[in-house]
Ligand binder design. Structure first.
Ligand SMILES: Cc1cc2nc3c(=O)[nH]c(=O)nc-3n(C[C@H](O)[C@H](O)[C@H](O)COP(=O)(O)OP(=O)(O)OC[C@H]3O[C@@H](n4cnc5c(N)ncnc54)[C@H](O)[C@@H]3O)c2cc1C
Length: 478
């Protein structure tokens, strides 16, 4: 094990921005001189809050031990969310004789991939287009990409018997209360029909019979969305990786040195990679790529305790469903396999991608209000967990897929729907690296890249204004 003075310095140096190390970092652990300018310190490391409901209510899993000391491999993947798990698995299958290292700063299932609302959505939804579908050719590719991600996850759940992922083909209800929301549903229905995708409107008492709430006036039901317990799913994916994947958890990469081989630094040593795959979403920008192009925006979820039999009877409805809002700033709602209600709304801009102190407490009253509006008869049912998670948004809604520099590749920028998209892009990237190209690969390689953000402080002022006004305009849909 080689713990150099330089490593220790790097470990302590996680402050703002990506900076080139200098001064005392000029020697390697073996004493040889090194160009200090080539070392990038990772200016921000993941730090999620302690209360992700899906993580704490799913199987307690023994995490893989952190890496102690040095390692090397032909393939190293950073980030074990949906994207990194898919990339590492597919690399291992494509190169069965190669070691694949997958390195994760936190525990699998604790980060954003285990904090989301658990919708594996197939159909595209382009909020910038009048019919929410926009360009048909692009929409067909998005649909194919999402279906690919769904198919991969469904097959893995079946193959590895990940029953606690609670994967169910429930469809989704996109629901509205106000006229403007209902106009969105009607327009989107037209767009989906043009795309040949099944959907139908449900309203009034029929909708109440599905959801157990008379809050919504109308919903557009699309049958091919899958719902999951996201943290249980990613835990199961991590525990079923091929044998040639070596997973290290609780191992944040704190600095990187790009050379013929890439050297990744962590608290107690280094990982040398022939080829590096970045699957760490907004944190990819701290590795020196897509800087000034990511918008780490947090959104928040709360989960009630399980409803009693009497409480379930008091609301009625189906026993498992998922609602997304017609207004993008509205509320996502789920009734889970264990009879809890999930509420997701509220946003904050966290430029460093890390959780903001006390935000779960700050957003909980908004969740409470949304919950009680929908289920006044459950006003006494408390939330057990409230948490936040980071979305890697970009101004133009584009992600990154492909080569970042020689021997460094990325699938980054989930734009809020990374469960299926990340699974598909991680898999396709691993295939591309094995020389396997297909139509979707070409689509991703040719797609627009994330656009530039304005500089700070304009950026924060602009994003915070957009989030505040968006949430205010959502009104009762929130
Ligand atoms: C509340 C909420 C609800 C959502 N609902 C949905 C939904 O219903 N459906 C949907 O599709 N999407 C949803 N999303 C978005 C979805 O969770 C993300 O798109 C998805 O998690 C992206 O997966 P990923 O693997 O690309 O990135 P992540 O899940 O962010 O994984 C990246 C990993 O990289 C690790 N990492 C970062 N930096 C380092 C480093 N220096 N060293 C080592 N590891 C590092 C992080 O710890 C993290 O685990 C939601 C998100 C939130 C927060």
């Amino acid at each position: 094990m080689a713990v150099s003075r330089r490593n220790v310095l790097i470990g302590a140096g996680v402050t703002a921005g990506v900076v080139a190390a200098g001064g005392s970092a000029a020697l390697l652990s073996d004493g040889t001189p090194k160009d200090p300018a080539s070392l990038l310190r990772i200016g921000s490391l993941p730090a999620d809050d302690a209360s992700p409901g899906w993580f704490h209510t799913s199987r307690v899993r023994q995490p893989k031990a952190p890496l102690i000391g040095d390692e090397q491999a032909p393939w190293v993947v950073v980030g074990a969310g949906f994207t990194g798990l898919a990339a590492a698995r597919q690399l291992a299958l494509n190169f069965p004789n190669d070691k694949v290292i997958l390195v994760e700063a936190q525990q699998v299932g604790f980060g954003t991939s285990g904090r989301n609302a658990g919708f594996l959505i197939d159909v595209p939804h382009d909020i910038g287009a009048p019919d929410y579908i926009g360009d048909q050719a692009n929409a067909r590719n998005v649909l194919a990409l999402n279906q690919r991600g769904q198919g991969i996850l469904r097959d893995l759940v079946e193959q590895h018997n990940i029953v606690d992922a609670q994967l169910r083909h429930s469809g989704k209800y996109q629901a509205a209360v106000e006229d403007k929301g209902i106009a969105v549903l009607n327009a989107y229905r037209g767009g989906l029909e043009k795309l040949g995708q099944p959907c139908h409107l449900i309203e009034g008492s029929e909708l109440r019979d599905h959801l157990g709430t008379s809050f919504y006036r109308k919903a557009l039901y699309t049958p091919n969305t899958i719902l999951v317990q996201p943290s249980a799913l990613v835990k199961g994916l991590a525990d079923s990786l091929p044998e040639n994947v070596k997973l290290y958890e609780d191992t944040p990469i704190t600095a990187v040195d790009y050379g013929v081989k890439t050297v990744l630094h962590h608290a107690t040593g280094r990982i040398t990679a022939d080829k590096l795959i970045l699957a760490n979403n907004a944190f990819g920008s701290y590795f020196g790529f897509l800087q000034g192009r990511m918008l780490p925006i947090f959104t928040y979820g709360s989960l009630t305790r399980p409803l009693t039999a009497a409480e379930q009877a008091s609301i009625g409805g189906k026993d498992f469903w998922g609602v997304i809002p017609a207004d993008p700033f509205g509320t996502t709602l789920r009734r889970t396999h264990d009879n809890r209600i999930l509420v997701r709304n509220s946003f904050s801009f966290n430029p460093d991608g890390r959780a903001k102190q006390n935000y779960p407490e700050k957003v909980r009253p908004a969740h409470r209000l949304s919950f009680e509006r929908r289920f006044p008869e459950l006003a006494n049912v408390p939330f057990e967990h409230t948490w936040g998670g980071g979305l890697a948004m970009t101004r133009n809604g584009a992600g990154f897929f492909g080569e970042l520099r020689e021997n460094v590749y990325g699938a980054l920028g989930c734009n809020g729907l990374g469960t299926v998209r990340g699974t598909a892009t991680g898999t396709l990237l691993a295939n591309l690296l094995a020389g396997k190209r297909e139509n979707l690969t070409d689509y991703l390689l040719a797609a627009p890249k994330p656009s530039w953000n304005p500089p700070q402080p304009m950026l924060s002022i602009g994003v915070n204004f957009t989030l505040r006004t968006g949430q205010a305009k959502a009104g009762i849909e929130a």
